[in-house]
Every structure is written in C-alpha cells, then in structure tokens.
Design a protein around this ligand. Sequence first.
Ligand SMILES: NC(=O)CCC(=O)C(=O)O
Length: 284
Amino acid sequence: MASRFKLALVQMLVERTKELNHIKAKKLIQEAAKKGAKVVVLPEFFTSWCDPKFFLEVMEPVPKGPTFTLLSEAARENEIFLFGGTYPEASGKSEMFGNLCNIFNPRGELIGQHRKTHLFDVDLGPRLRITESHNVIPGNNFTSVTTDYCKIGVGICLDLRFPEMARIYGQRGCNLLIYMGAFSRKTGPVHWDVLSKARAVDNQVYVASVGPATDERSPYVTWGHSSVVNPWGEIIASCESEEAIVYADIDFDYLKEVRRMLPIENQRRNDLYTTVDLTNGTPV
Ligand SMILES: NC(=O)CCC(=O)C(=O)O
C-alpha cells in the first residue's frame, strides 16, 4: 500500500434542483481528480436543500437511481475512490427514506453503502426543532471499506458525535474516518472541529469532515468549514463557509510516528473496559 495519498473534500454549494447539483458535482469531482486527488468526498444531502419537502422531491429508487449512476460513472471516468455524499433513498413507505452514502472504487464498482445510524431529533430553539426520525429510517450497520491506501470508516453527520462508533472503526483497523455532514449553524461553530479532533485523537487516525457550503436561501442553513484533522489532532486543511475543495495529504508514516510517540493502544486497559461491535459488520 502507498504511504500517502491526496484526499479531496468537496464543499459544494447545493442548488435547489437535482439536475443542477448533478452538473456541479460532476464538475467538482473532475476538478479534484485533475489536481491529483485519489479519494474524493461529497457532502451529506448534496442533491437538494436540507428539508423534508425537498428530500421527498429528490428521493431515488434502490438500487440504482440517476444519482447512483452519476457517481459510479464519475468514479470510473476519473479513476478515483468516490465517497458519494448522501441522498434520500426511497423505502417504499411513502414519506420515509434512508440517508444513503454509496462508495465506489476507480472502476465505478460499489464497494460500500452506509445509512446514517444516529438521527437528529433536537430542539435547538424556535426555528431549529428537527425530528429526523419522522422521515429517516436509520441504518443499523457500521461501514468500513478497503481502498488501495487504507481501510476507511464512514459516518454521516450526527454519527460524528459518537465515540463508540469511531472506536469500532479504530478496532477494525481504519486509519481514516470520513464523515459527510450537514451540521447546523447553531451547533457547528462550537462542536464541529472539537468532535473531529476528538475522534482523531481518540483513535490516532485522520478524520475528514465535509459539509455543504453555507446557503442562506436554504430552509436549513449549514455550517460548512470542511476539514481534515491529523492523528495528532491538528487541522491540516480546511475552508470556511463558501464553496471550496479542501485538499490534504494523508501520510501513513506520520500516523505511525504519532502512534510510536504516544502508544495508547499498548496502554489501553482491555481488562477493565471494552467496545463491542454488535452489528453484523458485513460490508456490502
Ligand atoms: N443532520 C445532522 O445530523 C446534523 C447534526 C448536527 O448539526 C449536530 O450538531 O449534531
């Protein structure tokens, strides 16, 4: 396996229609690949604005709707591993859908699917009462995929808050965790970087967190600020709220050096506590 590779996080300004978002995603993926990125990541809900009304408009059939096809082709044409953001996946129960991420290899083949496991049911003030469980069917699995560079653990938005899930990815041998999120502008400024850094330091891994760009036109305004944190807990690449592609070199020699300097894996008291993976752990 290569000792380093270039990662690209596409912080897209999501448009009102799926058609415009498809055109934009394709262009930005191509731009990232031309700059040398081998793994490219799109944000959560990149096919529509974040609101149940719009989600129902863009919901797609399983297994292969137009977004699935677009992503598979983009991975193949650009010869990249593509973590294809998320979009609503029809469930057959009228207003309910899965929040689905598809992952493709450079041949355009599906190598993993993650459905958001933790749902955002919150009361953050008058205009920020969200009950995701009214529409979203939670996934019941943790998803890690093997790439040419390392094993990668996958999470969606609120999943970032749960250290147990990241720990399970650490235990599976993942050296990079990728979270596709659409953090709110209320929680994002205080929690987004702290959580990404915590997941990185807890597990001595790289953590990449990507969201859509901030858009005042959307009913739910997201925080942006996509970033990559290294295993020491430093942000090594980031942007602010505007549309941007964030590039970072993922360096496994550096990861090994952090683990050599601070060997927490050897110091862990497995005789006193444990984190158990209760999912069946079956990759797609
Ligand atoms: N869609 C989400 O899960 C949003 C999560 C979020 O904003 C948070 O603060 O957590």
